[in-house]
Design a protein around this ligand. Structure first.
Ligand SMILES: [Zn+2]
Length: 222
């Protein structure tokens, strides 16, 4: 799912206005339309995986009987880092920053949502793109399998149409039990090399912070 080599301007992909009209034509529920619009705005473009992700989150919320934007805290796991996490962030308010979104990069287009639990486990709903159902939707299938037959120039708009029309029809779900990760106790420690502070559990076994070890991602230039 190569969503990131999209080239704007060289060919006519749907404008936001046109996308909105296509959602209506494909009878997308107004609730999901709103989700889709907010997801696209956040993500900055209507990536197919994002559109499918919005349907997935909507489905999972309904199965949970959860209403997003209420006081209730929801937790999510996304099994891919591609696109779908943004649907969880925007719709379910499970974000990286509030620590209610976990990405387990299994490489599957699947996600799980659960409520808060004071137990060691929580019951949740896992929604996934079901290969058995995908066969009925040839454009989605071609894109999803990263087939060379997928022609970005001519098939991007038909793909959006097919995603809007398919909605949940490419999805399946299962009820699952998830291990709840409790809050870790920690104290602040100072890295002896850079002098900056990190939680003790972030120190490497040699006593340095990760940046002073192999995870350093920058060189200071001034
Ligand atoms: Zn350091």
């Amino acid at each position: 799912m190569d969503n990131h080599n999209h080239s704007h301007g060289t060919h006519k992909e749907y404008s936001l206005y046109e996308l909105n009209a296509r959602m209506d034509a494909c009878r997308v529920d107004p609730r999901v339309k709103d989700y889709l619009s907010r997801c696209i705005a956040f993500h900055t473009f209507p990536a197919p995986g994002l559109l499918i992700g919005a349907f997935m989150v909507d489905y999972a919320l309904e199965l949970l009987g959860a209403v997003p934007g209420t006081d209730e805290k929801l937790y999510a796991v996304c099994e891919t880092q591609k696109c779908a996490p943004d649907a969880l962030q925007v719709i379910a308010h499970c974000t990286y920053g509030n620590n209610r979104l976990r990405i387990v990069d299994i490489g599957k287009f699947a996600l799980t949502i659960n409520r808060a639990s004071d137990q060691d486990v929580a019951e949740g709903v896992r929604v996934y793109v079901d290969p058995r159902k995908l066969s009925r939707f040839s454009i989605i299938h071609t894109w999803f399998t990263n087939s060379p037959d997928f022609d970005k120039k001519t098939m991007t708009n038909p793909l959006s149409d097919e995603i809007f029309s398919a909605g949940r029809e490419i999805l399946s779900y299962e009820r699952v039990r998830i291990k709840v990760e409790g809050k870790k106790a920690w104290k602040s420690v100072t890295c002896p090399k850079c002098g900056e502070m990190v939680p003790d559990y972030s120190l490497r076994s040699d006593g340095l912070c990760a940046a002073c070890g192999a995870a350093g991602y920058y060189e200071t230039i001034s």
